[in-house]
Structures are given as C-alpha cells and as structure tokens.
Ligand binder design. Structure first.
Ligand code: COA
Length: 331
C-alpha cells in the first residue's frame, strides 16, 4: 500500500483594494521610489483601511474564495489554522472566529505564530495532521494586517510591509504528491533584531509604551538582511541536497517576499533560473504570513500536477526553513 501524503488541493486569496504606492510614501516619510525599488523591489502594497476590520476579515475573504472555487461545504473541514503575527486580539483565537464565520462548524481552530515563517511552519503542522490519518481536511490560512503594527513615520519599516491573506486546503493523497520533506529551524538570539517590544507579557501596554512608540514593529534591517540571506539560501540548498534535486528538477521556488535581493540570493544559491521564481513583492510588499499562499494563488494557473516546489522563508524570532512539496493538481 502506498504511503499517505498531505497535498494542497485548493487555494484562495484576498488583498484589500487600497493601494499604498511608493509615491504616496514619499509624502509621508523621507524616501523615494528609486530607493525603495532598488533596495527592496517593492512598488506598492495593499492596506486594509476600513475601521473596525482586523486580520480575521482578510482571512475570511481568502477562505471564502477557496470554498466557492472548490465548491466545498465548510461543514466538511476538520481543522482551521490561522497563521498570523497580527491576530485580531491577544487572547481570543482569531482562527475560532474565522471558522465560525465561514461555516466550518465541525472544525476546531487555533492560531499559529512564527512571524514571517508562520505559514511555512503551518504547512508542516497541517500536513502532520493529514499524514497521521487523524483528519482529512485542514484549512491553513496565512493572514496579516501588518498596517496595524507599522509606524508610518519610520521609513525603515513602513516601506516594506502590506496587508493580505491566502488560504490552502490540505487533504490526503495516495499518489505520493504533496509535502515531501521539510527543514525548519529557529534561533532565539534573533529576537532583538526584529520585534514589537510592547503589548506582550514582557512589557504590557502602558502610557509610557505608547509614548515611546513601542507598539510598532522595529527591525535592525541590516542584521535581519544578513541572517535572512544566509539562512534562507542555506535551508533551500539543504532541502535540494537531501532530496537529490538538481536545479533542473525544481519547477518553482516559492520564496518569502521580504526583499528582492534576499530572494535573488536564494535562487542564485540554488542555481534556479529567474523564470522559476515566484514573485509578487512589487505589488504586495511583505505580507508576513500571507506571502506564500498569495504566491500560490497568483501562480496557480501555471502550476502542473507533479511540479516540484521548494518553499523558503525567514522571519522574526528568528524562524526560518524550507519545504519541498509536489503540486497535486492541474488548474
Ligand atoms: C530594510 C532594508 C531594505 C534597508 O536596506 P539597506 O540596504 O540595508 O539599507 P541601510 O539600512 O544600510 O541604509 C542605507 C541608507 O539608506 C537610508 N534609508 C533607510 N531607509 C530608507 C528609505 N526608506 N528611503 C531612503 N533612504 C533610506 C539609511 O538611513 C542609510 O542612510 P545612511 O547611509 O546615510 O546612513 C534592508 O536592510 C532589508 O531588507 N532588511 C531585511 C528586512 C526584512 O527582511 N525584514 C523582514 C524579515 S521577514
């Protein structure tokens, strides 16, 4: 009997309508389109502007698109995982609200947080539930409203991040397709370089933390860049080596979208041609947990059953890794 694997069988996505261009950012901080484009590859990002809407709104929209594309009854879903760094609230799980709103009334639901690696780690978690045979339909959503924790007076962070969401469905596969291998790592020394200082248990919210602008994301961009370049490329190279994949075997690199130069370094290290590198950083920026599923959604029509996909991500914590997955369907 062939082994049960966990395959992605459907994809959905959502980005808000409002477009924050480099030109608009020029009016907010001391920056310019040329600097942002050459240093990061970003031209514009989507922002959820409407008051009273959080990450759950983005997640629900992406999940609903998947359900309607797949004509899937939400009652069949066993588990909903929302990968996010910006939950609606610190305590109530965003995923529980999302599951209820989409009608996944037979599911249990929880959030998974590993900064920009949340979705990558979530792929491992979702797949394990399927491979174990315990559940048959796991909905993994990557969603972030990064604009809720961005300081739009800080030019070193506000140019990078945007809002969005993507959703994938994991189901059992008996043809050997789906997740093949993973290499996941973390290093807690990294938390000083990319973080939001206040609002957690270490430094609860106070008048002082608000005054000191500690509820916004802070990054030491240069250090993060150095660690990201090395570790993302290393992880992807390791996955190729471990699975005897040459650059011609890889059909697609699916890289986290934080900086085009980090993506280029990873594809160069793998020897993978630019035409095989999924890229949407120019129109969405870094959407944290949403970047990988947004890429799958944008490129879904070009993917073929049996394609070899190498995912790679790096994020706060630090957290990083790479996943090798065989695509399971033709669109
Ligand atoms: C943030 C990042 C784009 C900055 O690019 P960089 O090439 O490292 O730029 P530096 O920080 O060295 O800054 C170079 C100069 O540009 C300036 N600068 C910084 N941000 C600027 C901006 N938005 N517009 C114009 N100039 C800017 C700096 O002040 C510095 O000026 P100086 O030389 O006079 O001091 C880059 O470090 C990066 O992408 N880091 C990783 C970010 C990341 O991946 N984060 C998420 C991880 S999931």
């Amino acid at each position: 009997m062939s082994k049960k694997t966990a395959a992605i069988t459907a994809v959905g996505s959502y980005v808000p309508d409002y477009i924050l261009t480099n030109e608009i950012l020029e009016t907010l901080v001391d920056t310019n389109d040329e600097w942002i484009t050459t240093r990061t590859g970003i031209k514009e990002r989507r922002i959820l502007k409407e008051e009273g809407l959080g990450t759950s709104y983005l997640a629900i929209k992406a999940a609903e698109q998947l359900l309607s594309k797949q004509n899937l009854d939400p009652k069949e879903i066993d588990l909903v995982i929302v990968a996010t760094a910006t939950p609606d609230m610190m305590v109530a799980a965003t995923a529980a609200y999302v599951a209820t709103e989409i009608g996944a009334v037979n599911a249990f639901a929880y959030d998974l947080h590993a900064a920009c690696s949340s979705f990558l780690y979530g792929m491992s978690t979702a797949s394990s539930y399927i491979e174990s045979g315990r559940y048959k339909k796991v909905l993994l959503i990557g969603a972030d409203k990064m604009s809720s924790i961005i300081d739009y007076t800080d030019r070193t962070t506000c140019i990078i991040f945007g809002d969005g969401a993507g959703a994938v469905l994991f189901e059992p596969n008996m043809e050997g397709l789906g997740l093949q291998d993973e290499y996941l790592r973390s290093d807690g020394q990294g938390r000083n370089f990319l973080k939001m200082d206040a609002g957690g248990s270490l430094l609860p919210a106070s008048e002082e933390t608000v005054k000191n602008r500690q509820h916004y994301i802070y990054q030491d961009g240069k250090s993060v860049f150095k660690f990201a370049v090395t570790n993302m490329a290393d992880a992807a190279a390791k996955i190729m080596e471990r699975n005897d994949l040459s650059h011609t075997d890889v059909n697609w690199l699916v890289p986290h979208q934080a900086n085009k130069r980090i993506i280029d370094a990873t594809s160069n290290r793998m020897g993978v041609d630019d035409s095989k590198v999924m890229m949407n950083i120019q129109k969405y920026g870094n959407t944290t947990s949403a970047t990988l599923p947004l890429l799958l959604s944008d490129y879904e029509n070009q993917l073929k059953k049996g394609d070899n996909l190498v995912f790679a991500a790096f994020g706060g914590g630090f957290t990083w890794g790479s996943i090798y997955l065989k695509w399971a369907y033709n669109s």
